[in-house]
Write a protein that binds this ligand. Structure first.
Ligand code: HEM
Length: 146
C-alpha cells in the first residue's frame, strides 16, 4: 500500500509540537475507552513509557521513506510486545485512541485526507508488528497445549 508520506510528515510535524500533551491524552483515552488494557501497564512508569512510545512514532515517521529499515524495527517491536502481554485484538484499541489523540491535537487540520492517511499508516505499522509476533497457542499457553 502506498502511504501518503507527505501528509503524514506534515501533520506529524504539528503533532510533535505538543508531544507530551498528545501522549498523555492518548493514554487517558485508551484507559477510559478500553479499561481492560490498563492491567498490562500495572508496573509501568507511565511518563517514561509515554516518551518511548512517542520516540517510536518519531522514528516511524522519519523512516517512512526507508521501508526496509522501518519494517525490521517494527517487527522487533512487535516481538517484544508479546512479552508485555499484548494480544492482536489490542492493536485496534490502541489505534483508535492514538488517532483520537491526534485528532484533538490537530483540530481543524484533522481533515478527512489526514485521517485516512493515519488510518492506513496505523494499519501498516500494526501489521508489521504482528508479523514479528509469535501468537501460536504453544507460546500463549505453554503449560496447557502440548
Ligand atoms: C503502533 C503501535 C505501538 C507502538 C508504536 C508501541 C510502542 C511501544 C514502545 C516503544 C514501548 C517501549 C518498550 C519497547 O521498545 O519494547 C512499548 C511498550 C509497551 N507497549 Fe506498546 N506500542 C504499540 C502498541 C501497543 C499495544 C497495541 C499495546 C496493548 C495495549 C501496547 C502495550 C505496551 C506495553 C504493556 C508495554 C510495556 C510497558 C512496560 O515496560 O511496562 N503497545 N510500546
Amino acid at each position: 500500500m502506498a502511504l501518503n508520506v507527505e501528509l503524514l510528515e506534515s501533520s506529524f510535524a504539528q503533532i510533535k509540537m505538543n508531544s507530551s500533551e498528545v501522549t498523555k491524552r492518548f493514554y487517558t483515552l485508551l484507559f477510559t475507552d478500553y479499561p481492560e488494557v490498563q492491567p498490562l501497564f500495572a508496573n509501568t512508569h507511565m511518563e517514561k513509557q509515554g516518551k518511548q512510545l512517542f520516540q517510536s512514532l518519531v522514528f516511524t515517521v522519519n523512516n517512512l521513506r526507508k521501508p526496509d529499515a522501518l519494517s525490521d524495527v517494527l517487527r522487533g517491536l512487535g516481538t517484544r510486545h508479546v512479552q508485555y502481554g499484548v494480544l492482536p485484538q489490542h492493536y485496534p484499541m490502541v489505534g483508535s485512541s492514538l488517532l483520537k489523540a491526534f485528532e484533538v491535537s490537530l483540530g481543524t487540520a484533522w481533515t478527512p485526507d489526514v485521517q485516512q492517511a493515519w488510518i492506513e499508516a496505523y494499519e501498516v505499522v500494526a501489521q508489521l508488528m504482528l508479523e514479528g509476533a509469535d501468537y501460536s497457542p504453544e507460546r500463549l499457553m505453554p503449560t496447557v497445549v502440548k
